[in-house]
Write a protein that binds this ligand. Sequence first.
Ligand code: F3S
Length: 767
Amino acid sequence: TVESIPLPKGFESRTPPYEKLINNLTKVKRVLNNQPLTLAEKILYAHLVNPEELPSTTSQIRGQQYLKLNPDRVAMQDASAQMALLQFMTCGMPSTAVPGSIHCDHLIVGKSGAESDLKSSIATNKEVFDFLQSCGEKYGIQFWGPGSGIIHQIVLENFSVPGLMMLGTDSHTPNAGGLGAIAIGVGGADAVDALTGTPWELKAPKVLGVKLTGTLNGWTSPKDIITHLAGLLTVRGGTGYIVEYFGEGVETLSCTGMATVCNMGAEIGATTSTFPMQDAHYRYLQATGRGPIAEVAKMVNSKYGYMTADEGAEYDQIVEIDLNTLEPSVNGPFTPDLSTPISQLGDTTIKNGWPETVSAGLIGSCTNSSYQDMSRAASIIRQAEDAGLKPKIPFFVTPGSEQIRATIERDGLISTFERNGAVVLANACGPCIGQWDRGDNAPKDTNVIFTSFNRNFRARNDGNRDTMNFLTSPDIVTAMIYSGDMSFNPLTDSVKLPNGGEFRFKPPTGDELPDEGFIAGRKEFYPELEPKPKPEVQVNVSPDSDRLQLLTPFEKWNGEELKTNVLVKVEGKCTTDHISAAGVWLKYKGHLENISNNTLIGAQNKETGEVNRVYDFNGDAYGIPELMIKWKEEHRPWCVVAEHNYGEGSAREHAALSPKFLGGQMILVKSFARIHETNLKKQGMLPLTFADESDYDRVSSCDLLETVGLKELIEKRGDNGGSLTVKVTKRNGETFEIQTKHTMSEDQVDFFVAGSAINFIGASKSA
Ligand code: F3S
């Protein structure tokens, strides 16, 4: 047993329970005979419910063992929080089992500037914000209202701490790994596990080590580490892994820079990413008013080595990146792993026939709105201003939080931006999540934007499927607004001055942290730090609302083999944006019936090449959700067949809820993205993968797919993964069997049988 590690006064709910975690880790070490552990393993295993039940070697755990974990806290953004809380409400608990926070950021449109945008978005979404606020009050969850900031920035400033384990209902939750936490993006039903104190289950990830050597210099910034890595590993390369950074290059990064790197680990499909505890973490904790937590964390690390990997720890894979020679890169369009070094962008643009001009530049968002990012961008603008240059294209700045906004306002950065034509948007997601209103002059067709955001799927920013978003550092975006030309390389090229002369930028400079410290800004944006539950608060959901709808539990499994018809055979990339579009649909996040009208509307039909077009048995054409509704009314269960990395992208659980709500039972694909596969299981769907990928070609729309042996699989309680036969009956009567694989754990079998995880948890809480 370790000596007592008291939680610092006033910071109790924001400090990980270090004493318990170190005790747990000691038990784990005993079971594993002191095998060296990576940092990721230490934090995960320290959160095990039953550390004694681990197998005795790490190779028997990683990639194989389901872990039952007790996360320390939960964060939820407004769009996903609605469904998470509607599900939590069905469990009938008076308060949450761990601290939680709600963040109103996704529902705020970016158009003409913070003040007016915030006002109109609050008016449009009042019912939803009121619902979230009343849930927060009733159950004792912190409520960060509209305009307070973006979930991941607020988590970094307030809650992330080395050694913490948290869940967040957003795929970029791993941002908190920049401060040495294990933070995992999940669907609302997983969040409910943690909120109800039900052990949360995760298949133990493998660990991918990224060794950083050298030092970033000149134009290269932390963003380039992850855009380069995405190019190397692709959108599937991190699937099933936690990415753990190490090497002397780590010591040269700021805490917020590490957060940017972890944030976009989601783009390579990683479970999460993390960094070992550094002096930069200590400095950031001090600067954000958490000095007492910094002291305890430092002590825990130096005494127990909890926040660093053990000497000799083994990684399943290692990638090395030399920061000395790293070049800024630009990733896109339409996929974050299409990485082009800035020096090759001009040629690549011509080769691919991309537009040669850029229509807008946007910096900020949850990925890149740190003080360091903003001060480097401002240094570029000041150079241009001094030389007499004016931006050629519209420029938008999204601060990540009120603290960042107020601090950069005090330090003159906001006035520098605005003096040079920038529109400073609300502290919210806006253009990063399809909530960008470009006004009457919005390009209707193909156009290029440069952003410092993290994701660039079609329609992700302004709702236009042909807007090509190139992801890069705030430095490159900012320099680009003075050229607007895809062939411009600010590292080597000059821009024409109004007087005919030539101007060349010097590399940007910035401060890791503000010299005069952060200021909080407007008080009204800050919630009570330790809210107590108020059971007397009424949470109102009007039956007439088109924004919110109480949930009706899904039906239990009927005990029979599944018999499903293929409603659509999807071709190519099918992300959660394709399955459950954002943008205008965000307003229905709390109303399952209404939002389900967007199900798979972005999917491409393999057989016809059409988007959102499918055909009934008699050849009649329908939109995908329309045919789902029709088949549901006809009591015809259906399935979807698709290709690789199905459900790539986000933790959006509507991508699982809506298909289930509309009568789907099974999704059969070449491979899944991790969060989405889990979300499907949580909603009682059966996710299967082809054992032989070429069987995808043998299945067609309207074919009947019947499971053979599902009952045995359920009786064997899933067997922690295995195979399942599916009998295919073609429309001409021909039949054959194909082999599929499943990854159902014992608990997930319970969810399937109960109809959903929430049905199962609700029953166990009321038992
Ligand atoms: Fe918001 Fe997610 Fe972008 S949190 S800022 S939408 S990546």
